[in-house]
Write a protein that binds this ligand. Sequence first.
Ligand code: GDP
Length: 444
Amino acid sequence: MAFEGLADRLQSTLQKLKGKGKVTEADVKEMMREVRLALLEADVNFKVVKDFIKRVSERAVGQDVLKSLTPGQQVIKVVQEELTALMGGEQSKIAVAPKAPTVIMMVGLQGAGKTTTTGKLANLLRKKHNRNPLLVAADVYRPAAIKQLETLGKQLSMSVFSLGDQVSPVEIAKQAIAYAKEEHHDYVLIDTAGRLHVDENLMEELEQIKELTNPHEIFLVVDAMTGQDAVNVADSFNKQLGLTGVVLTKLDGDTRGGAALSIRAVTNTPIKFVGLGEKMDAIDAFHPERMASRILGMGDVLTLIEKAQANVDEEKAKELEAKLRTQSFTFDDFLEQLAQVRQMGPLDELIGMLPGANKMKGLKNLQVDEKQISHVEAIIRSMTKAEKTNPEIINASRRKRIAKGSGRSVQEVNRLLKQFEDMKKMMKQMTNMSKGKKKGMKLP
Ligand code: GDP
């Protein structure tokens, strides 16, 4: 999980302060030393760290904090607010041109994920904002980039404008905008040419495209895994081209977090989106406050709720709740649940949004293996209708048959049956507990 090391260190440092009724300046100083080290180790730009520590220290030894009833909590709040500010404060939204089409130039170095992100962004604009984007294949230098965008376009059933790799990107951009107007596309996403390094030719070409197309947004795509290199790349692009936003990709990897925490402060350009995987829906708007909460182990319940709302059918949820209450939950319901949770995104990412998830014993080292879920699904699918509804009829010979049918071992089948039984028992207890509560009984 991204930010893991930083989150662990910051949380254990701040934990020491949490319950304290009295916090001295010396406590704050000691804590700031540790926060500073944690940030530097996470590869945050040293100047950014210095300023951050200065701001937090000043606020944390202020009278409001030291004299408050819960000074420890107050210091944590200051750290959270300053982390949020460091990443840009408010969430930045994507521009809408007063007169269509809105032009977005996608820029970046090769391999950062520019072409993939162009597809993801178009997909997001259509799905979430009901827009009709045009993809423009203007990366004429990276072999196969045009083909890649065309494939993405096909996959998304979206138009791709391309003139091959023998026409200059400036000409492609020019014709693409005329085409978008004719065909009533309200967004134009230009996948410009990347290079291996920032160089003069690249910048010149991008400046020409900028001059000609007057883009409403220029998004730089950078790879979060490259840490301070990403920050330097962002700085050069911004100085030469004037960026309106950054898309930070590969945040699903175990990046230490340095780029996410430094880019805004160094370049004064907000991170607008983050990439969280290779699939076309693996993109999220960047919310500084939510990210700060996650780093501090407070979870990101808002994003979790949003994902649930977007993917879970309310009627079905109600039905399920009733089934749980009456204990008529079957393996079929279980399968449906798995499918719904899967739609929300990779499981370890979802777990990472729970408050205190990285402190929970067992969860921390839990590598959620998507394959294992497929195995569970295969086992359930090999059951007969009667078995799914009444698992207690599954005897030894049935277990063997199910194992064979799903290509899993009998032990795995046993384990799943046992888990299902345990889950039902737990539900029974919970229902009894809530019944007791209603009657005014004391909970254990
Ligand atoms: P470009 O040269 O900048 O256009 O890069 P591509 O779009 O071809 O991406 C390079 C590689 O990074 C591809 O294998 C992508 O699938 C992968 N990639 C892009 N974004 C992400 C992301 O957010 N997470 C992960 N894990 N991989 C990504």
